[in-house]
Design a protein around this ligand. Sequence first.
Ligand SMILES: Nc1ncnc2c1ncn2[C@@H]1O[C@H](COP(=O)(O)OS(=O)(=O)O)[C@@H](OP(=O)(O)O)[C@H]1O
Ligand SMILES: Nc1ncnc2c1ncn2[C@@H]1O[C@H](COP(=O)(O)OP(=O)(O)O)[C@@H](O)[C@H]1O
Length: 210
Amino acid sequence: MEKSSTISSIHTGYSAPASSKISKGQRRQPSLSPGVVIWFTGLSGAGKTTLARALEVLLYEAGYPVEHLDGDAVREHLSKGLGFSREDRDTNIRRIGYVANLLAKHGVLVLVSAISPYRSTREAVLAEAPRKLEVYVDAPLKVLIQRDVKGLYARALRGEIPHFTGISDPYEPPLNPDLHLRTDQMSLQECLSRLLAALAPFGVEEVPKR
Ligand SMILES: Nc1ncnc2c1ncn2[C@@H]1O[C@H](COP(=O)(O)OS(=O)(=O)O)[C@@H](OP(=O)(O)O)[C@H]1O
Ligand SMILES: Nc1ncnc2c1ncn2[C@@H]1O[C@H](COP(=O)(O)OP(=O)(O)O)[C@@H](O)[C@H]1O
């Protein structure tokens, strides 16, 4: 699905694959501008999935091509069998980043929701994105333990889940995120408004809020 009005008018910046044998003059100009990788990072229960899903609905209904790569879902398929060591988490994030960047190069707005705890890995992956928005989804650990959406914090605090991010494993927050959303201080609607405002400079406009 392509939104024709605002997106197609933007300079594309698209570059042909290195292996292409078709000269520039022969090739039809792509009508899509590159997409955007919107990367939600933060602790478990901070609100990454909730925000990504709600934004996905708004963008889809407004006619934009959109895909959501969620940490939990990716671990069922693309990253099945990976654990939570630093090496496995980095492999998981590089795989997600690879797919996200491929999709974005073809005009898709890609929403990624994964803890992605290591700064250098996030930065390396996002450096490859044609256009990116790094969103730090944040709430104090105390609040996350109270929310305990999946009951994981209680188990981690009892020592039943080794290497649990924020409890017994590190999380390195972004130093300079494009957007910092405090989900303990801002409503879901407020967070969505901030996200849409941050997407406007990319030509993602006219998305009606619900
Ligand atoms: N040890 C440990 N640490 C953190 N999280 C754990 C762990 N074990 C299982 N889970 C569940 O796995 C979800 C996080 O997967 P991710 O792929 O997003 O993690 S990572 O980015 O590779 O670090 C995470 O999902 P979210 O709560 O949606 O963040 C948890 O449900
Ligand atoms: N402003 C907000 N944005 C997102 N989620 C929020 C917000 N305020 C409260 N919540 C709640 O916090 C929880 C976040 O859970 P989830 O989205 O699964 O987190 P994560 O994907 O980061 O693990 C949900 O129960 C959600 O309703």
